[in-house]
Design a protein around this ligand. Structure first.
Ligand code: CP
Ligand code: NVA
Length: 320
């Protein structure tokens, strides 16, 4: 017999609906400040006690789909899943039926029947959204043309290790208003990081992302002057001038971005204890000089290592 409407009511209407549990990580906007702080604290613990969660994802599998190359993301997710007792299936998008026209939605629905989570690195962000909409398991963005949230979590962990509280930490981002910047803005502003972003005209971050980041309550200043952005900053962050997928624009970009190279002179305008950050891979002599990236202020290897710890925390929260 069907249940009566009264007996189907299980939530007291006077109570506010609980915030839905984070299921996917697609941009960074899914996480509020409390969720980011929780992930960073868990990452910190996982870094200190590296083997302590060895059975946490026992028997669970993460499918990883790559439509673009990767070193750090692939290895850190694979090692992370193994350290948590789980497994990975690594798929090159070209070798899947996806590459022969099977829809992304069908791919998501099918993978959801096999694995506990799906991680994707692809081109158009809309592809990832479509896959997430059709998946019944958590979907993690391993980089799209528009966002790179796993990188941003590792970067915030790195900043927290250097400066303690993230509240009021000033990050100068110099270069292309790209995927790495977008997620860094969305996640950093939830925990009080202030941003000054210097790009060439026409290469600013997406205005909708800037607006969303500002709504988190932290300052985001846009400028075309690298010197203005860097003045007094705790961290100077840059990324490649030509991201994967934009190779056709490489020659133009090399010229347009030249005034945005991070040099020792530019670093000298930041705080004396400022750090240099880069998500890697880097091009020495383009977006950064070798003296800076290989010098004492550089924390790029910590950022790379922290991908592992931050992603283990994320995997535990999403798949655990
Ligand atoms: N930073 C980063 O995502 O590196 P990979 O492209 O090597 O994964
Ligand atoms: N912005 C770069 C980041 C690489 C990790 C790219 O998309 O190629």
């Amino acid at each position: 017999m069907p249940a009566s409407p009264a007996s189907m009511t299980c939530v007291d209407e006077a109570e506010p609906a609980p915030k839905p549990r984070v299921k996917h990580l697609l941009t960074g906007a899914e996480l509020d400040g409390a969720a980011v702080k929780d992930l960073l604290e868990l990452s910190r613990q996982m870094k200190i006690h590296r083997g302590a969660w060895s059975g946490a994802l026992a028997g669970k599998t993460l499918a990883m789909i790559f439509a673009k190359p990767s070193t750090r993301t692939r290895v850190s997710f694979e090692v992370g899943m193994k350290e948590l007792g789980g497994y990975t299936v690594v798929l090159n998008a070209r070798d899947m039926q996806l590459g022969r026209g099977e829809t992304i939605e069908d791919t998501g629905a099918v993978l959801s029947r096999y694995v506990a989570g799906v991680a994707v690195r692809t081109f158009a962000h809309a592809e990832l959204e479509a896959l997430a909409a059709a998946s019944t398991v958590p979907v993690i963005n391993m980089l799209t043309d528009s966002f790179h949230p796993c990188q941003a979590l590792a970067d915030l962990l790195t900043l927290a290790e250097r400066f303690g509280s993230l509240e009021g930490v000033e990050v100068a981002y110099v270069g292309d208003g790209n995927n790495v910047l977008h997620s860094l803005l969305l996640l950093g502003t939830t925990v009080g990081v202030r941003f000054r972003v210097a790009t060439p005209p026409g290469f600013e971050p997406d205005p909708a992302v800037v607006q969303a980041a500002r709504r988190n309550g932290s300052e985001v200043v846009l400028t075309h002057s690298a010197e203005e952005a860097v003045a007094g900053a705790h961290a100077v962050y840059t990324d490649v001038w030509t991201s994967m997928g934009w190779e056709d624009e490489r020659e133009t970009r090399l010229k347009v971005f030249q005034p945005y190279q991070v040099t020792p002179q530019l670093m000298a305008a930041a705080r004396p204890d400022a750090v240099f950050m880069h998500c890697l891979p880097a091009h020495r002599g383009e977006e950064v000089t070798a003296e800076v990236i290989d010098g004492p202020q550089s924390v790029v290897w910590d950022q790379a290592e922290n991908r592992l710890h931050a992603q283990k925390a994320l995997l535990l929260r999403l798949l655990g």
